[in-house]
Design a binder for this molecule. Structure first.
Ligand code: CMC
Length: 429
């Protein structure tokens, strides 16, 4: 709390509100008593100026291009740590020590298998189903198989549900992939680390041996780390809102997956790759840049711009490096799509339209190219995002449930429809 007060004048009346201070970031005017005091609501579609909750998990300074998880910069976590360590940090608030890490990894590793009846669920989907549709359905169905961890008032059940989801998400995602490509499921292997096990479940086939390439596994792990959490974005807010009613955690995460699927959110890497493919060659870049700037053309540069980052997305820098490492490992450095991406980035960063609006490449600009090089079809890109973001959703959901001040989320509205009117019988309309 600061000593400052915010005063709002409406007509002759004046109302005072407390100004709250976070550990870092903009001050927040606490208007929770506004309606009671003044009979007015605030209006902020898209929540551009509204803090929907209090949180101690992730901090973003969009103007400076900073992303911190529990205070640790994302580039340090991605370069020096690994995904499961980041999961522990997000869930528990501190980096694990050696024993804590070994225990956490062991617990995740021993929860990777799915209830066998769940594997039969997949065959209920059409063969050409989008894997995100399969994810929404199968993750939602976890609550039908693991009801012993759906009592959200029980702390140990909350933790078991959390561990189950972090552990089983790669298995479900890999099965969604295998189902759509028509190959048999590959079951988890406890001798492999999290990322290697996932690559193995996605790309191994019973007919031959599959050796996981450690460079690609490290890249996969880093992609997971970069996507682990991003404070109150659309899907996380969806998870919190769903959870605020007391819904079980599996249902809440399924709601988050549904939200993530949209092209303005998790679907952007697929859209960015499609755009780069459509541009095709460097000489066509100016044509597409003109289209992106033309207000009469709905075309946007996919993978550019961000609601929060008005500077370089710190995740994009590491993603760009990872892209180069993967392509070099695969002997694919002269990929024409990468040439288009590099040149487009260079031109757009020097262009006044993009500079004046703070439009920089976001993580999706490079992640599509990398995931394609790793062997994933574009439909799987958002699935991988949802796999990685699951820990962020869970950490935010747990934080909300464990907050004694938590209440159901219930936004209000500015109603512009008809006022009361009498019902007209059918023959009078
Ligand atoms: N290409 C061309 N112009 C753009 C773009 C773009 N990608 N993004 C924003 N603008 C322009 C927009 O037309 C507007 O111009 P003006 O002020 O002249 O009207 C200005 O920049 C501000 O745009 P906005 O739509 O008000 O910004 P927003 O914060 O509501 O939108 C966004 C953020 C990410 C939805 C948007 O930048 C966009 O559609 N980008 C492309 C899709 C994309 O890459 N999404 C991934 C986001 S990162 C992944 C994640 O965290 O989920």
């Amino acid at each position: 709390m600061t000593d400052q007060k915010a005063t709002l004048n409406i007509g002759k009346e004046s109302y005072e509100f407390e100004v709250r201070q976070g550990s870092v970031g903009p001050d927040v005017i606490d208007i929770s008593s506004l309606y009671k005091q003044s009979d007015c609501f605030t209006f902020d579609p898209g929540f551009t100026s509204t803090a929907s909750c209090e949180s101690a998990i992730t901090y973003i300074d969009g103007d400076a291009g900073v992303l911190l998880h529990r205070g640790y910069p994302i580039d340090e976590l991605a370069e020096n740590g690994d995904f499961l360590e980041t999961c522990y940090l997000l869930l528990h608030g501190e980096l694990p020590n050696k024993d804590q890490k070994a225990d956490f990894v062991d617990r995740v590793t021993h929860h990777t298998m799915l209830h066998d009846q769940m594997t039969k669920l997949f065959s209920g989907f059409r063969r050409d189903a989008h894997p995100m549709a399969v994810m929404v359905g199968v993750v939602g169905a976890l609550s039908a198989f693991y009801h012993d961890s759906t009592d959200i008032t029980d702390e140990s059940q909350r933790m078991i549900a959390s561990m189950r989801m972090i552990a089983k998400m790669p298995t479900i995602a890999a099965m969604a992939h295998k189902y759509t490509v028509g190959q048999p499921f590959v079951f988890p292997r406890n001798d492999l680390d999290y990322a290697s096990n996932f690559l193995h479940m996605c790309f191994a086939v019973p007919a031959e041996d599959y050796q996981v390439n450690p460079v690609l596994a490290r890249a996969m792990d880093r992609i997971f780390t970069l996507h682990a959490d991003h404070e109150q974005n659309a899907s996380t807010s969806t998870v919190r809102l769903a959870g605020s009613s007391g819904a079980n955690p599996f249902a809440c995460i399924a709601a988050g997956i549904a939200c993530l699927w949209g092209p303005a959110h998790g679907g952007a890497n697929e859209a960015a790759l499609n755009m780069l493919t459509e541009i095709g060659t460097v000489d066509r870049i100016p044509e597409f840049l003109e289209r992106a700037k033309d207000k009469n053309d709905p075309f946007r540069l996919m993978g550019f711009g961000h609601r929060v980052y008005k500077n370089y997305d710190p995740r994009a820098k590491i993603m760009q490096k990872t892209t180069h490492e993967v392509l070099a490992e695969l002997g694919n450095t002269d990929d024409p799509i990468l040439d288009v991406a590099m040149e487009l980035e260079k031109i757009a960063l020097e262009d006044d339209y993009f500079k004046s609006r703070g439009l920089y490449p976001n993580i999706d600009f490079y992640s599509g190219i990398t995931l394609k090089a790793l062997g994933f079809p574009p439909e799987m890109f958002t699935v991988l995002f949802s796999l990685a973001r699951t820990v962020g959703w869970i950490a935010q959901w747990k934080e909300m449930i464990e907050d004694p001040k938590q209440k159901i989320g219930r936004p209000r509205q500015l109603y512009t429809g008809p006022t009361t009117r009498p019902y007209l019988p059918l023959d009078k309309r």
